[in-house]
Structure formats: structure tokens, C-alpha cells
Write a protein of this length. Structure first.
Ligand code: PLP
Length: 621
């Protein structure tokens, strides 16, 4: 990996490295460190989630401008429209920012449940589209009718024939004896015979949970016609699956969708005017060119969509439909950065100061000590081999009882130090064997965050996220690193990966702070995150910029305190409170003033969140 942590691969020009820090590439270009410091100086410790509305705006505006460019280029007659699928991130600080930055785009929201529908109804500007997907009961369909009569531009997507029957029933109820009710627009979702690829591919395809088969499409068409609702049918919809790394399946799906659209239109669905291509636009999470996730650009994507629709419309002699997208990951992922302090390094015993050299040491150890002191660029490889060889010999001697535990410890420390020096000296030379021995000297960084809460897709799907320190970037990090979170679960570890290694700095956490940043965490991670071990959503802020270009911290929401976490689990707060107080009062060992003092401490702790303050005596993490 380059010393830039692959920022040119995943960073999309959103960040730049300036001197020794990584900075926001916007307005006054503040460093993530300055933002972090300004929040921590107000007393908020533990992990921090920073949200950047300007990055939401960038994604939305890029999406619209690329599609509108393609539409101009191909002289396409349909319009481009888009909605944000709420399931990707429903947090109010995100949704409010999204609505705020998207005003000029007529951008809407997509809901997949009743609660999401309430968010959509209350947050979508009147006139901007709302689409409603997923399983729906009668109540949910009623909510759509209510929204339509509030003046919303709302489309119910029919996922199955049963649902359509309920819609017909609700429509009859709403229109009984009155003529002024507005019926929502209707979309039909169909099952693709072509499927997506990758770990998220299940949402397209014949076996997918959602959508109508071709037989059902025809039946739905007949039912709508029979109930005089054909004029409400204006959209066909498919969704190929998330994180579509390869564009080939999309092209197949578009041909399929275009032909379904054309067929229904020719059959008599005269109001049909939009094709909704769902989500799936992929995000590049990789820090390595050799491990890229995405093989196309947004330009290619938009060109393909517009071109293929134009071709089909031409050959079938129909008007060119509006193109609708529901990409979520593409819009949300870059907007947030998780900052987490390193609490501890777990192999610091391999320090020169830990050596316990004797007056007289076994010859091989004396030799290791010489190798350590005289290793340089020209002899590094040879000395590396020698030291590994010596270590094998000394370990054998230990097993046979010829050297003692101190000798063995000295050996491990010296070889470790030699390997580290060799890695620095041989940097730039691509030496395969170095990768092999890095596992042995990897440093374990204990990081104040929960992977289950903040990177659930790492845990559940093996999805990698870009990780890097936010400072000290003027020096090359050389410690092969694995990361441990603070849960008691061994799955909360991001192991060292030889093929795609993460190197971090050698730091002394007793004397200096060290912060890691996890990028591209804005899509799916927050709401899928779980309170494993009762570590809850980290403290979050919205980072905005004032007229002068300086950053401002807004809308801080502190991570839940211990009592509220337990309250959320349906523990009785009052009971916990009384019980703690009672048990302290009843203590046989404490005096009254001591009890009062400890009660004060207890209340302080209960008012704080679960993340660790520090595990060092000296500093506060
Ligand atoms: C999840 C989902 C999306 C969003 O997918 P992304 O991969 O996040 O773009 C869009 N449409 C539907 C129907 C979905 O279920």
C-alpha cells in the first residue's frame, strides 16, 4: 500500500493529506484531527461519528448531473428523477441534512416500512417523489392514500398480486360516495430473469423475495384495467441488488426492463411513463488497486442506462420513459467518518527497553544483538535471514533445556526488532518473504469502538472499509497492524491481512494520542449496527461550514448514557436506581461520608456512555 493509505482509490477527492494530517478537501480544508480535538475538548470522549452534509450534496448533484449530461448527449426525451431509499440510513441528522442539501433537485425518499413511510411523508418536500416498496398491509396502503391526499407525489410499488387486491379494496373504500379523493400512483415491480452478482445479489432474480413474474404482471395489468386504475400505472420497477461491482448484469436487466415497459405500454398502459432501475450503484471501498470493487464509472453507468432505454424505445416505437433511480449506498456512504482513539498496543513488550541481557549471554544471542545494532540497507536481507535462523536454533535449545526463559525472551525481542528494522530498510523493494514474517511481528491495536455497532458489514459480510490514522502522516507507519475493538467478542477483530496489509505507527499511548478513522461508513452500517455488549451508537455530530469557510459543529447527539441504554432494554430505571442506592446504603464496611462520596461517583458513571474512558493511568481517551 502506498503511504497514502490508498486515498486515491477510495477517497474520491473528498480528503487530502496536508503535512501530517488528513484534511477535508472543502472550504477551509480543516483536518479531521482539528475537528476531533474541538469535540473532545468539550468533554466528549470515545468514538465519534462525523457527518459531512457537503458530501451528501456532492453525491446527489453528481448523480443528477451525470444523468442529465447523458440525457443531453443522447438527446433523450425522458427526464431523470431519483429518491433516497431510507433503509440505507434513517438517522435524523442524516435525513435532515439530505433533505436540506437536495432542495434544488426535486429529490425524494423511498420507504419500505410504515415507520419509514412516516419519515418520508413528513420530510419529503411536497411535489418531490415518494416511492413505497416492500411488503405492505392494508394500513400501510391506507397511509399511502392519506399521503396522496396531503398532496404528496407518491407511488405505491406493487410487489405481489395480494397487495394489488388490497390496494383495490382500499381504493374502493376511499372512493365510496365521494369523488374528490386522490389515488396514489402505481408502480409494478417485476422479477428479473437476469440476476446481480456479489454478496448482495439476492434482491434481483427469479428467487427474489420481491416482484411479479411475467404471468403475474399480465394479471396485474388486467386487474388494474378492470378496476379503471390503469391510468394510475405509471412506473415499472426492478432492483438488481446492492453494491453491483460489475456493470454487465445491469445491462441485461435494463434490456429486460425496457422490453417489459414497452410491452405493457403497447398493451394499453398509456400513463406508463417511468422506469425505475432501483439501486445498486457501487462504492469503491478498497485501499488497494489490486482489490478494486467496482469496474465502471457513474459516467459509463448513466450512458448505458440512457442509451439502452433510447434504443428499446426506438425499436418498439414508444416514447422514451423517465428514468428513476433509488441508489442509496452511492449517496450515503461517503458522508460519515468514524473516528476512534487507540487505547493500547498489545506487543509493546517487544521494546529494546524490555531486554534482560545478562553479563554473559549465549553466543547466538550476542550475535543477534550485533545484528540488531549493525543492520543497514545493504545487509538487511542477509541479517534478516540470519536472525530468523538463530531464533529457530535458540527455540530448539530452549526445548532441550539449554537456555532459560530470559534468553528466550531476549531472542523474541531482538528478532522482532530486527524484522521491524528490516521492513523499514527494505521498503520499496517488493520482497515476498517480508509479507510472510509480518504476521509474526504484527502489533495489536486496541481501539475504542465496537465493530458490531459501527461496522456490522465487516462482521457479517467481510466487507472492508478504508482505515487510516488521521495524523502523523509525515512519517511512514511500519507496524503491521491488527485492530481489536472493545467488545468481549473475538469476532470484533480486524486481522492483519498479508495481501492487503494495514500499517500503523509505533506509538506510546501513555504519552500521545493516536486516532484512527474508518471511512465510507454512511450507508447501512448505522442502522444495522447492534448493541453487542451494550455498546451503543457513538456520539455523532454534523460538520458544516460557515460563510468564511470555517467548520462548525452542529446537532451533537451524545452516545446514550448507561441508564438510558438499560431503559431501552426495558429494564426499570427506577428499580435500578433504587437498588444501587439501597445496596450502597446498606454497606457494612463504609462510613456515611464514604457512602455519599461513592454515591456521587456512581451517579456520574451512570450519566456517561459505555465506551471506555481510558485504560492508562495518565490520559483520558
Ligand atoms: C435497498 C434497495 C435500494 C438501495 O440499494 P443501494 O445498493 O443502497 O443503492 C434501492 N431500491 C430497493 C428496492 C432496495 O431494496
Amino acid at each position: 500500500m502506498s503511504s497514502q493509505f490508498g486515498i486515491d482509490i477510495w477517497g474520491d477527492d473528498n480528503f487530502i493529506i496536508k503535512n501530517d494530517t488528513i484534511n477535508i478537501n472543502y472550504k477551509s480544508q480543516p483536518s479531521l484531527l482539528a475537528i476531533t480535538d474541538s469535540i473532545r475538548s468539550k468533554g466528549y470522549k470515545g468514538p465519534l461519528l462525523l457527518r459531512f452534509p457537503h458530501l451528501i450534496k456532492k453525491q446527489i448533484s453528481t448523480l443528477y448531473s451525470e444523468f442529465n449530461r447523458a440525457i443531453d448527449e443522447f438527446a433523450y426525451q425522458g427526464k431523470f428523477q431519483a429518491v433516497f431509499p431510507l433503509k440505507v440510513n434513517q438517522f435524523p441528522n442524516f435525513v435532515n441534512s439530505l433533505v436540506d442539501v437536495s432542495k434544488e433537485f426535486n429529490y425524494g425518499l423511498e420507504a419500505g416500512s410504515k415507520a419509514e413511510l412516516i419519515i418520508a411523508i413528513t420530510h419529503t418536500p411536497l411535489g418531490s417523489p415518494i416511492t413505497v416498496n416492500g411488503f405492505k398491509d392494508k394500513e400501510m396502503i391506507c397511509l399511502c392514500f392519506i399521503a396522496a391526499n396531503m398532496g404528496h407525489n407518491i407511488t405505491i410499488t406493487i410487489e405481489g398480486l395480494g397487495e394489488l387486491e388490497t390496494i383495490l379494496a382500499v381504493n374502493d373504500e376511499f372512493n365510496k360516495g365521494v369523488t374528490n379523493h386522490i389515488t396514489p400512483k402505481i408502480g409494478l415491480r417485476f422479477r428479473l430473469h437476469s440476476t446481480g452478482i456479489g454478496i448482495w445479489a439476492k434482491s434481483g432474480g427469479y428467487t427474489s423475495k420481491f416482484g411479479l413474474t411475467s404471468t403475474e404482471l399480465l394479471e396485474a395489468y388486467e386487474m388494474l384495467k378492470e378496476h379503471a386504475l390503469l391510468e394510475k400505472l405509471w412506473m415499472v420497477h426492478f432492483h438488481i441488488g446492492s453494491q453491483m461491482g460489475d456493470i454487465a448484469p445491469l445491462k441485461k436487466a435494463l434490456r429486460e426492463a425496457g422490453n417489459i415497459f414497452a410491452d405493457l405500454k403497447k398493451r394499453g398502459a398509456s400513463s406508463l411513463n417511468a422506469i425505475n432501475i432501483g439501486g445498486g450503484l457501487a462504492v469503491e471501498y478498497s485501499q488497494y488497486a489490486s482489490q478494486k470493487n467496482v469496474n465502471y464509472s457513474l459516467k459509463e453507468f448513466s450512458n448505458d442506462v440512457v442509451f439502452l432505454m433510447k434504443e428499446i424505445a426506438k425499436s418498439k416505437e414508444i416514447t422514451e420513459p423517465d428514468i428513476f433511480t433509488e441508489s442509496g449506498r452511492f449517496i450515503a456512504s461517503s458522508h460519515s467518518v468514524l473516528i476512534a482513539p487507540v487505547l493500547e498496543l498489545f506487543s509493546q513488550e517487544y521494546h529494546e527497553k524490555s531486554l534482560r541481557l545478562k553479563e554473559k549471554n549465549p553466543p547466538l544471542i550476542e550475535e543477534l544483538f550485533d545484528l540488531f545494532n549493525s543492520i543497514n540497507t545493504s545487509n538487511a536481507r542477509e541479517y534478516l535471514h540470519d536472525s530468523l535462523d538463530h531464533m529457530e536454533s535458540i527455540l530448539t535449545l530452549f526445548d532441550l533445556g539449554y537456555v532459560d526463559l530470559e534468553d528466550r525472551s531476549n531472542t523474541e525481542i531482538l528478532v522482532n526488532l530486527i524484522v521491524k528494522k528490516a521492513i523499514i530498510l527494505l521498503q520499496g523493494e517488493n520482497i515476498g518473504e517480508l509479507h510472510g514474517i509480518q504476521d509474526r511481528i504484527q502489533e495489536r491495536y486496541l481501539v475504542n469502538f465496537s465493530a458490531f455497532q459501527s461496522l456490522p458489514d465487516f462482521w457479517g459480510l467481510g466487507q472492508n472499509f478504508p482505515i487510516m490514522p488521521i495524523h502523523r502522516l509525515d512519517t511512514n507507519p511500519t507496524n503491521p497492524a491488527s485492530l481489536w475493538d472493545i467488545t468481549c467478542d473475538s469476532d470484533g477483530e480486524i486481522p492483519f491481512d498479508r495481501k492487503h496489509p494495514l500499517y500503523l505507527h509505533d506509538i506510546d499511548v501513555n504519552t500521545e494520542e493516536y486516532f484512527l478513522a474508518f471511512f465510507l461508513t454512511g450507508a447501512y452500517q448505522e442502522v444495522l449496527g447492534m448493541n453487542h455488549n451494550l455498546f451503543t451508537h457513538p456520539t455523532e455530530v454534523v460538520v458544516d461550514f460557515d460563510a468564511k469557510g470555517k467548520f462548525i459543529i452542529k446537532d451533537l447527539i451524545e452516545s446514550q448514557n448507561l441508564m438510558d441504554v438499560l431503559d431501552d432494554m426495558d429494564y426499570d430505571k427506577n428499580f435500578l436506581d433504587k437498588k444501587l442506592k439501597y445496596m450502597l446504603e446498606e454497606s457494612k464496611s463504609l462510613s456515611s461520608p464514604q457512602k455519599r462520596e461513592l454515591l456521587g461517583k456512581l451517579y456520574l458513571y451512570l450519566s456517561e456512555n459505555s465506551y471506555l474512558k481510558t485504560i492508562q493511568a495518565s490520559n483520558d481517551m
